[in-house]
Design a protein around this ligand. Structure first.
Ligand SMILES: *Cc1c(COP(=O)(O)O)cnc(C)c1O
Length: 223
């Protein structure tokens, strides 16, 4: 299937989820996660009208960035080693995986302007997942005011690959609750307007629970 075909059915599902939850489809940003696919397939996504692209590894990110560059808005969605920050920092528009102070320190040092970051939260508590523990997120976000180049634009989570809809919904709700708590602090460095949650198998539930950025790989650019 072409990306355009996938996109049509994705947009249909987004509209349904928005209708169910009284939200506007224009409030949802689709990030095409191109980590599994070729540069040509990523270009196909752009041609179809998806201009937000997400990559999770430095090498693949740079390869795609060099081929596509200014046509796209670039999201780094994978866990990020501090030593790689300097290689990508000038090219990424948003980092979705800020999960520790040492990483914040390095981003702050290497950036020459504000970097829009999502703080990644390990809501599900799976040992295999990166992210700040939910009960530490508020303090962590607060402490990032030490780093003038860090702007906390939102929170991000990855839900486990499960079918249990109630459990998924609970995870997304917990992230939303943390966002509300952070917003209520009115921190200059942490407007926290966005929620990056929802992937191919769970984006509808994520949208119903408040997602503003959905990260879609297989069901958008996969074959
Ligand atoms: C791979 C990946 C996605 C997309 O996953 P799909 O299930 O293919 O939609 C989203 N977010 C992150 C962080 C990923 O690594």
């Amino acid at each position: 299937m072409t990306v355009a075909d996938h996109l049509q059915s994705l947009q249909q599902s987004i509209r349904q989820a928005c209708e169910k939850s009284g939200r506007a489809p224009s409030d949802i940003t689709i990030i095409a996660v191109t980590k599994y696919v070729t540069i040509d397939r990523a270009k196909e996504a752009l041609a179809a009208g998806v201009n937000h692209l997400g990559e999770n590894r430095k090498e693949e990110f740079l390869e795609k960035y060099q081929a596509i560059e200014g046509e796209a808005f670039w999201h780094f969605i994978g866990s990020l080693q501090s030593r790689k920050v300097k290689d990508i920092i000038s090219y990424v528009d948003m980092i979705h995986s800020l999960d520790r102070r040492s990483l914040a320190k390095e981003i702050n040092k290497r950036a020459d302007q504000h970097v829009a970051c999502f703080v990644q939260v390990n809501v599900s508590g799976e040992a295999s997942k990166h992210g700040v523990a939910p009960d530490e997120v508020v303090d962590f976000v607060h402490s990032l005011e030490d780093f003038p180049n860090i702007k906390v634009v939102g929170l991000m989570t990855m839900a486990p690959h499960i079918e249990d809809e109630d459990k998924l919904r609970g995870i997304f709700r917990n992230l939303k609750a943390l966002q509300i708590e952070i917003q209520s602090m009115h921190l200059n460095h942490a407007p926290c307007d966005y929620l990056s949650m929802g992937m191919s198998n769970d984006f509808q539930i994520a949208i119903e629970e408040g997602a503003t950025h959905i990260r879609i790989g297989s069901s958008l650019v996969g074959d």
